[in-house]
Design a protein around this ligand. Sequence first.
Ligand SMILES: C[S@@+](CC[C@H](N)C(=O)[O-])C[C@H]1O[C@@H](n2cnc3c(N)ncnc32)[C@H](O)[C@@H]1O
Length: 272
Amino acid sequence: MVSELRLFVEPEFHPAAQHYLSVLQGRGVAVQLEVIDKLSARFLRLNPELALCVDQAGLWLCAHGMKMQPDWRAEVPRLKRASLKSEMIARACNLAEKPKLIDATAGLGHDSLLMAHLGAQVTLLERHPILFTLLEDSKKNAAQDAFLSPVVARIDLIFADSADYLSQQAVQHQSVDVVYLDPMFPQRDQHQQAIKKQAQVKKQMQLLHLLLPEDGSMDLGDALLGLARQVAKRVVVKRPRLAVYLAEQAPNHQWQGDACRFDAYFQELLEA
Ligand SMILES: C[S@@+](CC[C@H](N)C(=O)[O-])C[C@H]1O[C@@H](n2cnc3c(N)ncnc32)[C@H](O)[C@@H]1O
């Protein structure tokens, strides 16, 4: 799934890098460790291809002179501003009811962090071994933070392909209140959208798209919708504002924002 990646580290953080090396190898990622003098911005610019690096803040994904990790602590100001009233995602996922929710497309985990903050009990699924390893770190770090620790206690992070996980849930007749889907969307299509994004979000998305190329690891999520509808009372799909429906299925309800929208599929209406 992932071809061999270089992992850059300064001598001081070599033991930490060894740890990540064995974790990633155990998850099927081929990594080649390279000890370097200085992990500087210049070094990253001179080594622009997709790679990993380790420093005092742990594991990072890097490319094109940038590095990125899903930093849940950095989300705290955003969480503090959020409320059930102000967040469209809260209405779409009915978070006021404190639902049992599966987020089947974790990514950086930001949506789940917000949903857990607003009351959801979240099962967070990610199938990409590197993203999953980055998320594990974010969750561990967040658990040390007084504000975030009760929030992340409501997030159960699982390394799995959601298609397998949801199929299993269906076979076992397990159900949840909500399945949330935010699959990747081809970048070329996003360019047609007038999306104003903060520089930081843009950077994170660029690196995510490098890690999940459209010709390989990118799952556009169409197959997940049918599976999700078998196990959830409500399926909520996040889409760019003007994007086609997931799996070409028209939703029962939509919430429209400036950059994105939420399409909701209700089980009651499915059965009617
Ligand atoms: C657009 S990102 C999600 C962003 C996320 N909502 C956030 O707030 O950061 C999509 C993620 O879903 C993951 N994904 C896609 N298909 C998946 C599947 N079948 N099982 C598990 N994860 C999947 C991808 O690896 C990617 O990390």
